[in-house]
Design a protein around this ligand. Structure first.
Ligand code: URA
Length: 432
Protein backbone atom coordinates (compact mmCIF):
# COMPACT_ATOMS: atom_id res chain seq x y z
CA UNK A 1 0.00 0.00 0.00
CA UNK A 2 1.28 3.49 -0.56
CA UNK A 3 0.01 6.98 0.16
CA UNK A 4 0.26 8.18 -3.46
CA UNK A 5 -2.26 5.55 -4.55
CA UNK A 6 -4.56 6.43 -1.66
CA UNK A 7 -4.49 10.14 -2.52
CA UNK A 8 -5.08 9.37 -6.22
CA UNK A 9 -8.03 7.10 -5.39
CA UNK A 10 -9.80 9.79 -3.37
CA UNK A 11 -8.89 12.42 -5.94
CA UNK A 12 -10.64 10.20 -8.53
CA UNK A 13 -13.74 9.89 -6.31
CA UNK A 14 -13.21 6.23 -5.41
CA UNK A 15 -14.02 4.63 -2.09
CA UNK A 16 -11.13 3.97 0.32
CA UNK A 17 -10.92 0.60 2.05
CA UNK A 18 -10.65 0.16 5.83
CA UNK A 19 -7.02 -0.95 5.38
CA UNK A 20 -6.14 2.14 3.32
CA UNK A 21 -7.71 4.46 5.88
CA UNK A 22 -5.91 2.71 8.75
CA UNK A 23 -2.63 2.85 6.82
CA UNK A 24 -3.00 6.61 6.35
CA UNK A 25 -4.00 7.32 9.98
CA UNK A 26 -1.22 5.19 11.50
CA UNK A 27 1.50 6.50 9.23
CA UNK A 28 0.46 10.14 9.50
CA UNK A 29 0.31 9.88 13.29
CA UNK A 30 3.78 8.34 13.57
CA UNK A 31 5.33 10.85 11.16
CA UNK A 32 5.93 8.54 8.16
CA UNK A 33 3.50 10.49 6.02
CA UNK A 34 4.41 14.20 5.78
CA UNK A 35 1.95 17.09 6.17
CA UNK A 36 1.92 17.88 2.44
CA UNK A 37 0.62 14.42 1.53
CA UNK A 38 -1.90 14.47 4.38
CA UNK A 39 -3.02 17.91 3.14
CA UNK A 40 -3.56 16.52 -0.35
CA UNK A 41 -5.64 13.66 1.01
CA UNK A 42 -7.74 15.85 3.34
CA UNK A 43 -8.40 18.24 0.46
CA UNK A 44 -9.48 15.29 -1.72
CA UNK A 45 -11.81 14.14 1.12
CA UNK A 46 -13.08 17.71 1.48
CA UNK A 47 -13.87 17.91 -2.24
CA UNK A 48 -15.11 14.37 -2.91
CA UNK A 49 -16.51 13.34 0.47
CA UNK A 50 -16.65 9.94 2.14
CA UNK A 51 -19.55 7.56 2.54
CA UNK A 52 -20.82 6.34 5.91
CA UNK A 53 -18.55 3.28 5.98
CA UNK A 54 -15.42 5.29 5.15
CA UNK A 55 -16.32 7.95 7.75
CA UNK A 56 -16.84 5.29 10.43
CA UNK A 57 -13.56 3.60 9.52
CA UNK A 58 -11.74 6.95 9.65
CA UNK A 59 -13.29 7.68 13.07
CA UNK A 60 -12.32 4.31 14.54
CA UNK A 61 -8.79 4.48 13.11
CA UNK A 62 -8.36 7.95 14.65
CA UNK A 63 -9.83 6.85 18.01
CA UNK A 64 -7.43 3.87 18.03
CA UNK A 65 -4.40 6.03 17.18
CA UNK A 66 -3.80 6.57 20.90
CA UNK A 67 -5.13 5.53 24.31
CA UNK A 68 -8.78 4.85 25.01
CA UNK A 69 -9.79 6.02 28.47
CA UNK A 70 -11.67 3.70 30.75
CA UNK A 71 -14.05 5.77 32.89
CA UNK A 72 -16.20 2.81 33.94
CA UNK A 73 -15.36 3.35 37.62
CA UNK A 74 -17.20 6.71 37.46
CA UNK A 75 -20.59 5.24 36.48
CA UNK A 76 -22.53 6.70 33.54
CA UNK A 77 -20.58 9.64 32.10
CA UNK A 78 -22.40 11.81 29.56
CA UNK A 79 -20.06 13.84 27.40
CA UNK A 80 -20.94 17.02 25.52
CA UNK A 81 -19.24 18.57 22.51
CA UNK A 82 -19.99 21.43 20.16
CA UNK A 83 -19.12 21.61 16.49
CA UNK A 84 -17.91 25.15 17.17
CA UNK A 85 -19.32 28.61 17.37
CA UNK A 86 -18.92 32.28 18.21
CA UNK A 87 -19.55 33.38 21.79
CA UNK A 88 -20.09 29.74 22.71
CA UNK A 89 -19.61 29.65 26.48
CA UNK A 90 -21.96 26.70 26.89
CA UNK A 91 -19.55 24.20 28.47
CA UNK A 92 -18.46 26.68 31.16
CA UNK A 93 -22.08 26.97 32.28
CA UNK A 94 -23.44 23.52 31.56
CA UNK A 95 -20.66 21.47 33.15
CA UNK A 96 -21.16 22.79 36.72
CA UNK A 97 -24.97 22.66 36.43
CA UNK A 98 -24.82 18.99 35.41
CA UNK A 99 -22.21 18.14 38.05
CA UNK A 100 -24.36 19.85 40.72
CA UNK A 101 -27.09 17.32 39.84
CA UNK A 102 -24.70 14.48 40.76
CA UNK A 103 -24.04 13.48 37.17
CA UNK A 104 -20.28 13.07 36.71
CA UNK A 105 -18.61 15.47 34.27
CA UNK A 106 -15.26 14.22 32.94
CA UNK A 107 -14.58 16.37 29.94
CA UNK A 108 -11.76 17.15 27.56
CA UNK A 109 -12.12 20.36 25.62
CA UNK A 110 -10.28 21.98 22.77
CA UNK A 111 -8.77 25.30 21.83
CA UNK A 112 -10.12 27.72 19.24
CA UNK A 113 -10.27 26.57 15.61
CA UNK A 114 -10.39 29.16 12.82
CA UNK A 115 -12.74 31.97 13.81
CA UNK A 116 -14.45 29.83 16.49
CA UNK A 117 -13.46 29.94 20.16
CA UNK A 118 -12.37 27.04 22.39
CA UNK A 119 -13.24 26.25 26.01
CA UNK A 120 -9.64 25.61 27.07
CA UNK A 121 -8.55 29.09 25.93
CA UNK A 122 -11.46 30.57 27.89
CA UNK A 123 -10.63 28.65 31.07
CA UNK A 124 -7.03 29.84 30.88
CA UNK A 125 -8.38 33.38 31.24
CA UNK A 126 -8.95 32.46 34.91
CA UNK A 127 -5.57 32.98 36.62
CA UNK A 128 -4.09 29.72 37.88
CA UNK A 129 -6.49 27.31 36.13
CA UNK A 130 -4.59 24.18 35.19
CA UNK A 131 -5.80 22.67 31.91
CA UNK A 132 -3.30 19.80 31.84
CA UNK A 133 -4.02 17.19 34.49
CA UNK A 134 -2.66 13.67 34.59
CA UNK A 135 -5.22 10.97 33.98
CA UNK A 136 -5.08 9.97 37.68
CA UNK A 137 -5.75 13.57 38.81
CA UNK A 138 -8.55 13.85 36.26
CA UNK A 139 -10.34 10.73 37.52
CA UNK A 140 -9.62 11.55 41.16
CA UNK A 141 -11.18 15.03 40.78
CA UNK A 142 -14.32 13.55 39.27
CA UNK A 143 -14.53 11.06 42.15
CA UNK A 144 -14.04 13.79 44.77
CA UNK A 145 -16.14 16.67 43.42
CA UNK A 146 -17.97 15.23 40.42
CA UNK A 147 -16.24 17.34 37.77
CA UNK A 148 -12.94 17.76 35.92
CA UNK A 149 -12.26 19.55 32.68
CA UNK A 150 -8.94 19.51 30.91
CA UNK A 151 -7.28 20.09 27.54
CA UNK A 152 -6.34 17.37 25.10
CA UNK A 153 -2.95 16.74 26.66
CA UNK A 154 -3.29 12.99 27.12
CA UNK A 155 -2.47 10.64 24.27
CA UNK A 156 -6.11 10.52 23.10
CA UNK A 157 -6.81 10.45 19.36
CA UNK A 158 -3.38 11.92 18.48
CA UNK A 159 -4.30 11.53 14.81
CA UNK A 160 -7.04 14.10 15.35
CA UNK A 161 -4.67 16.48 17.11
CA UNK A 162 -2.41 16.52 14.02
CA UNK A 163 -5.23 16.56 11.47
CA UNK A 164 -7.18 19.27 13.33
CA UNK A 165 -4.18 21.61 13.23
CA UNK A 166 -3.49 20.73 9.59
CA UNK A 167 -7.11 21.37 8.52
CA UNK A 168 -7.08 24.69 10.35
CA UNK A 169 -4.26 25.89 8.10
CA UNK A 170 -5.37 24.31 4.80
CA UNK A 171 -9.04 25.42 4.59
CA UNK A 172 -10.35 21.90 5.01
CA UNK A 173 -12.35 22.38 8.20
CA UNK A 174 -15.89 22.56 6.83
CA UNK A 175 -16.26 18.94 5.77
CA UNK A 176 -18.86 16.53 7.17
CA UNK A 177 -16.68 13.37 7.22
CA UNK A 178 -13.71 15.30 8.63
CA UNK A 179 -15.71 17.04 11.37
CA UNK A 180 -17.68 13.90 12.25
CA UNK A 181 -14.53 11.75 12.54
CA UNK A 182 -12.66 14.46 14.44
CA UNK A 183 -15.36 14.85 17.08
CA UNK A 184 -16.43 11.24 17.39
CA UNK A 185 -12.86 9.86 17.54
CA UNK A 186 -12.18 12.13 20.52
CA UNK A 187 -15.46 11.24 22.20
CA UNK A 188 -14.84 7.50 21.75
CA UNK A 189 -11.27 7.83 23.06
CA UNK A 190 -12.39 9.97 26.01
CA UNK A 191 -14.39 7.08 27.43
CA UNK A 192 -17.88 8.55 28.00
CA UNK A 193 -20.85 6.19 27.73
CA UNK A 194 -23.29 8.68 26.21
CA UNK A 195 -22.84 11.80 24.14
CA UNK A 196 -24.84 15.00 23.59
CA UNK A 197 -23.66 17.04 20.61
CA UNK A 198 -24.38 20.69 19.96
CA UNK A 199 -24.39 20.89 16.17
CA UNK A 200 -24.23 24.56 15.32
CA UNK A 201 -25.78 25.90 12.13
CA UNK A 202 -25.56 29.30 10.47
CA UNK A 203 -23.07 31.94 9.41
CA UNK A 204 -20.80 31.44 12.43
CA UNK A 205 -20.80 27.65 12.22
CA UNK A 206 -18.99 25.23 9.94
CA UNK A 207 -22.41 24.03 8.72
CA UNK A 208 -24.15 26.98 7.09
CA UNK A 209 -27.60 25.47 6.50
CA UNK A 210 -29.98 23.06 8.19
CA UNK A 211 -29.61 20.35 5.52
CA UNK A 212 -25.87 20.07 6.05
CA UNK A 213 -26.18 20.40 9.83
CA UNK A 214 -28.72 17.54 9.78
CA UNK A 215 -26.39 15.41 7.64
CA UNK A 216 -23.52 16.02 10.07
CA UNK A 217 -25.79 15.24 13.04
CA UNK A 218 -27.04 12.01 11.47
CA UNK A 219 -23.52 10.93 10.59
CA UNK A 220 -22.28 11.45 14.16
CA UNK A 221 -25.33 9.78 15.68
CA UNK A 222 -24.79 6.72 13.50
CA UNK A 223 -21.10 6.51 14.46
CA UNK A 224 -22.11 6.82 18.12
CA UNK A 225 -24.53 3.92 17.75
CA UNK A 226 -21.91 1.76 16.03
CA UNK A 227 -19.51 2.50 18.89
CA UNK A 228 -22.25 1.61 21.39
CA UNK A 229 -22.53 5.17 22.71
CA UNK A 230 -26.03 6.57 22.66
CA UNK A 231 -25.82 9.98 20.98
CA UNK A 232 -28.28 12.87 20.77
CA UNK A 233 -27.61 15.89 18.55
CA UNK A 234 -29.20 19.26 19.22
CA UNK A 235 -28.96 21.53 16.18
CA UNK A 236 -28.64 25.11 17.43
CA UNK A 237 -28.58 28.40 15.56
CA UNK A 238 -25.24 30.13 15.09
CA UNK A 239 -26.68 32.75 12.73
CA UNK A 240 -25.63 35.38 15.29
CA UNK A 241 -23.17 34.88 18.17
CA UNK A 242 -24.50 33.16 21.29
CA UNK A 243 -25.17 35.58 24.14
CA UNK A 244 -23.57 39.01 24.39
CA UNK A 245 -19.86 38.41 24.87
CA UNK A 246 -17.27 37.21 22.35
CA UNK A 247 -13.68 36.93 23.62
CA UNK A 248 -12.13 34.87 26.38
CA UNK A 249 -12.42 36.78 29.70
CA UNK A 250 -15.59 38.49 28.50
CA UNK A 251 -17.22 35.11 27.88
CA UNK A 252 -16.04 33.73 31.21
CA UNK A 253 -17.64 36.75 32.90
CA UNK A 254 -20.90 36.13 31.02
CA UNK A 255 -20.83 32.48 32.12
CA UNK A 256 -20.25 33.44 35.76
CA UNK A 257 -23.11 35.96 35.58
CA UNK A 258 -25.35 33.27 34.09
CA UNK A 259 -24.71 30.97 37.03
CA UNK A 260 -25.51 33.88 39.35
CA UNK A 261 -28.92 34.09 37.65
CA UNK A 262 -28.29 36.77 35.03
CA UNK A 263 -29.15 34.68 31.97
CA UNK A 264 -29.14 35.81 28.34
CA UNK A 265 -32.26 34.29 26.72
CA UNK A 266 -30.53 32.53 23.80
CA UNK A 267 -27.80 31.09 26.02
CA UNK A 268 -30.49 29.93 28.45
CA UNK A 269 -32.46 28.12 25.74
CA UNK A 270 -29.38 26.30 24.42
CA UNK A 271 -28.08 25.39 27.90
CA UNK A 272 -31.42 24.08 29.12
CA UNK A 273 -32.02 21.97 25.99
CA UNK A 274 -28.55 20.40 25.89
CA UNK A 275 -28.59 19.83 29.64
CA UNK A 276 -32.07 18.30 29.64
CA UNK A 277 -30.88 15.67 27.14
CA UNK A 278 -27.72 15.04 29.18
CA UNK A 279 -29.87 14.40 32.26
CA UNK A 280 -32.08 12.08 30.22
CA UNK A 281 -29.15 10.08 28.84
CA UNK A 282 -27.70 9.83 32.35
CA UNK A 283 -30.92 8.09 33.37
CA UNK A 284 -31.91 10.87 35.78
CA UNK A 285 -35.19 11.95 34.19
CA UNK A 286 -37.08 11.25 30.97
CA UNK A 287 -39.16 14.42 30.88
CA UNK A 288 -37.25 17.15 29.03
CA UNK A 289 -39.31 20.03 30.46
CA UNK A 290 -38.94 18.73 34.03
CA UNK A 291 -35.19 18.36 33.47
CA UNK A 292 -35.00 22.00 32.44
CA UNK A 293 -36.75 23.00 35.66
CA UNK A 294 -34.27 20.92 37.68
CA UNK A 295 -31.43 22.84 36.07
CA UNK A 296 -33.03 26.21 36.74
CA UNK A 297 -33.48 25.23 40.39
CA UNK A 298 -29.72 24.55 40.66
CA UNK A 299 -29.12 28.12 39.52
CA UNK A 300 -31.75 29.60 41.83
CA UNK A 301 -30.48 27.75 44.91
CA UNK A 302 -26.85 28.65 44.15
CA UNK A 303 -25.67 25.03 43.87
CA UNK A 304 -24.52 25.37 40.26
CA UNK A 305 -22.40 28.42 41.15
CA UNK A 306 -20.99 26.60 44.20
CA UNK A 307 -20.02 23.72 41.91
CA UNK A 308 -18.31 26.15 39.55
CA UNK A 309 -16.23 27.50 42.45
CA UNK A 310 -15.38 24.03 43.69
CA UNK A 311 -14.31 22.95 40.20
CA UNK A 312 -12.20 26.02 39.41
CA UNK A 313 -10.53 25.92 42.83
CA UNK A 314 -9.75 22.21 42.52
CA UNK A 315 -7.91 22.90 39.26
CA UNK A 316 -5.88 25.74 40.76
CA UNK A 317 -7.94 28.70 39.54
CA UNK A 318 -8.28 31.86 41.64
CA UNK A 319 -11.96 31.88 42.65
CA UNK A 320 -11.83 35.46 43.91
CA UNK A 321 -12.29 36.30 40.19
CA UNK A 322 -15.59 34.42 40.21
CA UNK A 323 -16.83 36.33 43.21
CA UNK A 324 -15.72 39.69 41.84
CA UNK A 325 -15.57 39.66 38.04
CA UNK A 326 -14.15 43.20 38.03
CA UNK A 327 -10.82 41.58 38.92
CA UNK A 328 -10.39 40.22 35.35
CA UNK A 329 -7.80 42.22 33.44
CA UNK A 330 -9.48 44.75 31.18
CA UNK A 331 -8.54 45.86 27.70
CA UNK A 332 -7.17 49.43 27.63
CA UNK A 333 -9.77 50.82 25.22
CA UNK A 334 -13.50 50.30 24.95
CA UNK A 335 -14.78 51.63 21.62
CA UNK A 336 -18.54 51.94 21.08
CA UNK A 337 -20.05 50.88 17.75
CA UNK A 338 -22.77 53.41 17.02
CA UNK A 339 -25.52 53.09 14.40
CA UNK A 340 -26.70 55.98 12.27
CA UNK A 341 -29.88 54.14 11.31
CA UNK A 342 -33.15 53.51 13.07
CA UNK A 343 -35.04 50.27 12.61
CA UNK A 344 -34.62 46.63 13.60
CA UNK A 345 -31.58 44.35 13.56
CA UNK A 346 -32.19 41.91 10.74
CA UNK A 347 -28.78 40.24 10.59
CA UNK A 348 -25.75 40.04 12.85
CA UNK A 349 -23.20 38.00 10.95
CA UNK A 350 -21.63 35.62 13.46
CA UNK A 351 -18.69 34.75 11.25
CA UNK A 352 -17.76 38.43 10.81
CA UNK A 353 -17.95 38.90 14.59
CA UNK A 354 -15.77 35.81 15.09
CA UNK A 355 -13.19 37.17 12.65
CA UNK A 356 -13.31 40.61 14.27
CA UNK A 357 -12.68 39.04 17.67
CA UNK A 358 -9.78 36.99 16.27
CA UNK A 359 -8.31 40.12 14.67
CA UNK A 360 -8.43 41.87 18.04
CA UNK A 361 -6.19 39.09 19.39
CA UNK A 362 -8.81 36.87 21.10
CA UNK A 363 -8.02 33.98 18.73
CA UNK A 364 -5.05 32.64 16.80
CA UNK A 365 -4.29 33.32 13.16
CA UNK A 366 -1.36 30.91 13.32
CA UNK A 367 -0.95 27.88 15.59
CA UNK A 368 1.87 29.48 17.57
CA UNK A 369 0.07 32.82 18.21
CA UNK A 370 -0.64 33.68 21.83
CA UNK A 371 -4.05 34.87 22.94
CA UNK A 372 -5.03 38.16 24.53
CA UNK A 373 -7.64 37.14 27.10
CA UNK A 374 -9.06 40.60 27.76
CA UNK A 375 -10.00 41.68 24.24
CA UNK A 376 -13.27 40.97 22.46
CA UNK A 377 -16.70 42.30 21.65
CA UNK A 378 -19.82 42.84 23.75
CA UNK A 379 -23.01 42.90 21.66
CA UNK A 380 -25.66 45.23 23.02
CA UNK A 381 -28.13 44.64 20.17
CA UNK A 382 -29.07 41.33 18.61
CA UNK A 383 -31.37 40.09 15.86
CA UNK A 384 -34.92 41.43 16.35
CA UNK A 385 -33.89 44.35 18.62
CA UNK A 386 -35.20 47.82 17.87
CA UNK A 387 -32.50 50.47 17.41
CA UNK A 388 -32.51 54.27 17.13
CA UNK A 389 -30.03 56.46 15.30
CA UNK A 390 -27.15 57.05 17.77
CA UNK A 391 -27.64 53.78 19.72
CA UNK A 392 -24.65 51.70 20.70
CA UNK A 393 -24.82 48.32 18.93
CA UNK A 394 -21.71 46.86 20.53
CA UNK A 395 -18.52 47.66 22.45
CA UNK A 396 -15.08 46.72 21.19
CA UNK A 397 -12.57 45.86 23.93
CA UNK A 398 -9.11 46.44 22.45
CA UNK A 399 -5.54 46.93 23.60
CA UNK A 400 -4.80 49.26 20.71
CA UNK A 401 -7.03 52.24 19.98
CA UNK A 402 -6.38 52.33 16.23
CA UNK A 403 -7.14 48.62 15.90
CA UNK A 404 -10.22 49.06 18.09
CA UNK A 405 -11.54 51.76 15.74
CA UNK A 406 -10.88 49.60 12.67
CA UNK A 407 -12.64 46.62 14.20
CA UNK A 408 -15.56 48.86 15.20
CA UNK A 409 -16.13 49.47 11.48
CA UNK A 410 -16.08 45.72 10.76
CA UNK A 411 -18.57 45.09 13.56
CA UNK A 412 -20.85 47.87 12.28
CA UNK A 413 -20.76 46.15 8.85
CA UNK A 414 -21.71 42.83 10.45
CA UNK A 415 -25.08 44.38 11.37
CA UNK A 416 -27.95 44.75 8.88
CA UNK A 417 -30.66 47.15 10.01
CA UNK A 418 -34.05 47.19 8.31
CA UNK A 419 -37.22 49.26 8.63
CA UNK A 420 -39.42 46.16 9.00
CA UNK A 421 -40.10 44.53 12.36
CA UNK A 422 -37.91 41.42 12.70
CA UNK A 423 -38.71 38.51 15.00
CA UNK A 424 -36.09 36.97 17.29
CA UNK A 425 -34.35 33.98 15.77
CA UNK A 426 -35.16 30.45 16.81
CA UNK A 427 -32.36 29.07 19.02
CA UNK A 428 -33.07 25.34 18.79
CA UNK A 429 -33.54 24.19 15.21
CA UNK A 430 -33.87 20.42 15.51
CA UNK A 431 -33.18 17.37 17.67
CA UNK A 432 -31.60 14.38 15.90
N1 URA B 1 -14.71 20.47 16.59
C1 URA B 1 -13.88 19.41 16.52
O1 URA B 1 -13.50 18.82 17.53
N2 URA B 1 -13.45 19.03 15.31
C2 URA B 1 -13.83 19.64 14.19
O2 URA B 1 -13.44 19.21 13.12
C3 URA B 1 -14.71 20.73 14.26
C4 URA B 1 -15.14 21.14 15.50
Amino acid sequence: MNILEIIAKKRDKQKLSKEEIEYFVQNYTNGNIPDYQASALTMAIYLNGMDEEETTNLTLAMANSGDILDLSELGIVVDKHSTGGIGDKVTLILAPIIASLDIPVAKMSGRGLGYTGGTIDKLEAIPGYNTSLTIDQFIQNVKEIGIALMGQTLNLAPADKKLYALRDTTSTTESIPLIASSIMSKKIAAGANKIVLDVTCGSGAFMKDLDNATKLAETMKKIGELANKETVCVITSMEEPLGKAVGNSLEVIEAIEFLKGNMQPDVKEVILTLGAYMIKLAGKGNDIEENKQKMLEQIRNGKAFEKLEQWIQKQGGDISYLEDVKKFEKAKFVVPVVTERSGYVEKLDAQEIGKASMNLGAGRKKKEDSIDFSVGIVLEKKIGDKVENGDVLAYIHAHDEKLGNEIAKDVLNAYTITNEIVSKKQDILKIV
